[in-house]
Design a protein around this ligand. Sequence first.
Ligand code: RFL
Ligand code: PHB
Length: 391
Amino acid sequence: MRTTVGIVGAGPAGLLLARLLHVAGIDCVVLESRDRAYVEHRQRAGILEQGTVDVLRAAGAGERMDRVGLRHDGIELRFGGRRHRVDFPALTGGRSVTVYAQTEVCKDLIALQLAQGGPLLFEAEALAVEDADTDRPRVRFRHEGVEDVLECDYVVGCDGFWGVARKAVPAGTARVFERTYPFGWLGILADVPPSHDELVYARHERGFALLSMRSPSVSRLYLQVPQDTDPRAWADEEIWDELTRRFATDDDWRLERGPITQKSVTPMRSYVHEPMRHGRLFLAGDAAHIVPPTGAKGLNLAVGDVVTFARALTHQRRTGSPALLDAYSQTCLRRVWQAERFSYDMTTLLHPDPGATPFEGRLQLARLERIASSRAAETDLAEGYTGFAFD
Ligand code: RFL
Ligand code: PHB
């Protein structure tokens, strides 16, 4: 098999890249190790920045998002029993975010790709990216039990944190910046209307909690738990009791309960692999960087990377100049590091660290008080949450 761009992985990064290349008239092949149902039902992110919404719309993938996505003009911070609303449009000159789940973004892009785009092979596992530093990079893969080779002009590794593409970068040429956190998130899906019409980020002495949603009838909630927690160790009623404690307010707000349909634990990690390119292999999305989910940035960063790659390759084809491709890593990393900083700040603002001193606990509260009382501090949060511009 031969193609212009070999894409490893059909998460949001790989699927959107395939769509952007299709729109630009550039052929590609997408290899995905899992089956279609698995990719379409993997519960992950839920918040799209304005820039992401604009990109999906411009790529012709926004029809259902515009119909059922929920526009959110703010979030609530909850601490010490108090509630503080951050009003995004008022603070950012009109910006907002959209609640539309990653599962739905993937379903929309898969349907488009299968109907109009180039080959998208499920259950096709990339085994290795080879000859990345030549002008004929290749992906060795296994599809339906048979090994094959995809010869490419470029390979884009969109295969997530555990993928194989990054392994093709020789150790001596890369640097990794990493931080792990001594806690994770226990996430649930529940068949109950969200108890608040906007997301609630709660800091409590017992740990962080987040109220989010998937639709007007489905809630998505998270609890900070110790690292390596087994989700089966938490009975459903225990989860609701703990959420109720952490969301408690001084007024008459109440958390509604309902049947829990899914339960899982997500580890928390910050990770950046520099550079995001080796020869003709480009890394995009979680394959190159991870943020803790507190800032809701993971999916949005993946979108920024593939937009940058698609523009750069289109520019190269139109003008013959490789300048934008050569600048790919630098261009992406500027935005990546702003998202890393924001996600780190949100995480350390809202999660009591089990090893922290009482002094550090008080500092967290002081930081929250500052956001609730200073328009400058609040604006900084609102700008970060609604997103950093694509270059
Ligand atoms: P993905 O979504 O991980 O997609 C990678 C795809 O590559 C496939 N793959 C391979 N295919 C072929 N050959 C191989 N050898 C392959 N190895 C892997 C995988 O099956 C998969 O389909 O990466 P992408 O596209 O970069 O998208 C990034 C986002 O998915 C990610 O940033 C966010 O979902 C992060 N994230 C969350 N972000 C939020 O903003 N809010 C959240 O609540 C949230 N929850 C999460 C998350 C990430 C998680 N991970 C990575 C474990 C929960 C989890 C569990
Ligand atoms: C989600 O809805 O899954 C979600 C929302 C906001 C976050 C993280 C996850 O910061």
